[in-house]
Design a protein around this ligand. Structure first.
Ligand SMILES: *[C@@H]1O[C@H](CO)[C@@H](O)[C@H](O)[C@H]1NC(C)=O
Ligand SMILES: *[C@@H]1O[C@H](CO)[C@@H](O)[C@H](O)[C@H]1NC(C)=O
Length: 270
């Protein structure tokens, strides 16, 4: 998750000089910060390896949506090797072993076309059901008519890069960032080709998702709880990268519910 180092330095200086800025202002600019433990129990890490001879490796985010299902982006699971790739649940610091590794049985993709934001959503079926606990629990999904916009309170979480090409430092503590949605018309001015069924996040401070965060959630407050409004798909990685783009979960509820609530429809294991 990226944040703008220049702004950070300037603000820390202002703050240290006993300026007018209170804690609240300071923390809202710093951007990504260490998550509170057990605040995001649906958060999973995908540790992926390609199925070709290059054995390329990449990380992604994802969310627990049911006992045996994880939601992520289609790009995260393209060309993956199901034996060498795995899902980590209950992780907080990736380099500490207090979490569980789950094998991948199969992947269901919505008709995702190539390297685009269009229908960038997929479900991972785990080999075994997850045992839920205080640090592993499913995320709530929105209702199909729910709308979220610039005034919603939203967050993204991930273990991705903290700047373009800069990995998260050991012990790789989950990062959280409060972020706002921008209107689709504002987003279109910046990204004219943006696919439908997407939501964009405000990048005005150079903050947002980076490599390794994609596939993870954008959650927003709905009444007293958080629901997963988006799956991070691209963008957001620093001042030059443009708005973050998420796949809008409310538009894919039929796809998701079809699989997670109807065992008969699940694909055979590989
Ligand atoms: C995936 O797991 C391997 C083995 O535990 C580790 O060396 C590697 O850094 C992980 N990769 C990612 C992207 O998390
Ligand atoms: C994005 O955030 C900046 C800084 O908080 C704010 O000034 C701007 O109005 C926001 N843009 C939109 C489109 O919400």
């Amino acid at each position: 998750m990226a944040f703008c180092k220049l702004l950070l330095t300037v603000l820390v200086l202002l703050h240290n000089s006993g300026g007018l800025l209170g804690n609240e202002v300071r923390s809202s600019i710093i951007g990504a910060e260490d998550a509170k433990k057990e605040s995001w129990p649906w958060m999973v890490h995908l540790n992926m390896t390609s199925k070709d001879s290059k054995l390329e490796k990449w990380g992604c985010g994802g969310t627990v949506v049911a006992k045996q299902w994880v939601l992520t982006s289609a790009q995260c699971v393209a060309n993956y090797d199901h034996l060498r790739s795995f899902v980590v649940v209950g992780a907080y610091q990736l380099q500490k072993a207090a979490h569980r590794y789950m094998g991948i049985a199969n992947i269901v993709q919505y008709q995702h076309l190539g390297n685009s934001n269009k229908n960038d959503i997929a479900l991972i079926k785990l080999k075994k059901p997850i045992t839920f606990s205080k640090d592993v629990a499913p995320v709530a999904l929105p209702d199909k008519d729910d709308t979220f916009g610039p005034s919603s309170e939203c967050w993204i979480t991930g273990w991705g890069e903290v700047g373009n090409g800069v990995p998260l430092k050991a012990p790789e503590t989950l990062q959280q960032l409060k972020i706002s949605i921008i209107s689709q018309s504002t987003c279109k001015e910046r990204l004219p080709q943006i696919a439908s069924n997407t939501l964009c996040t405000n990048d005005s401070k150079g903050r947002g998702a980076c490599k390794g965060d994609y596939g993870g959630p954008l959650v927003c407050r709905k009444g007293g709880k958080l629901v997963q409004v988006g799956v991070m798909s691209s963008g957001g990685c620093g001042p030059k990268d443009g708005p973050g783009v998420c796949t809008e979960v409310a538009k894919y509820l039929t796809f998701i519910n079809d699989y997670i609530h109807r065992p008969g429809k699940a694909p055979a294991e590989m």
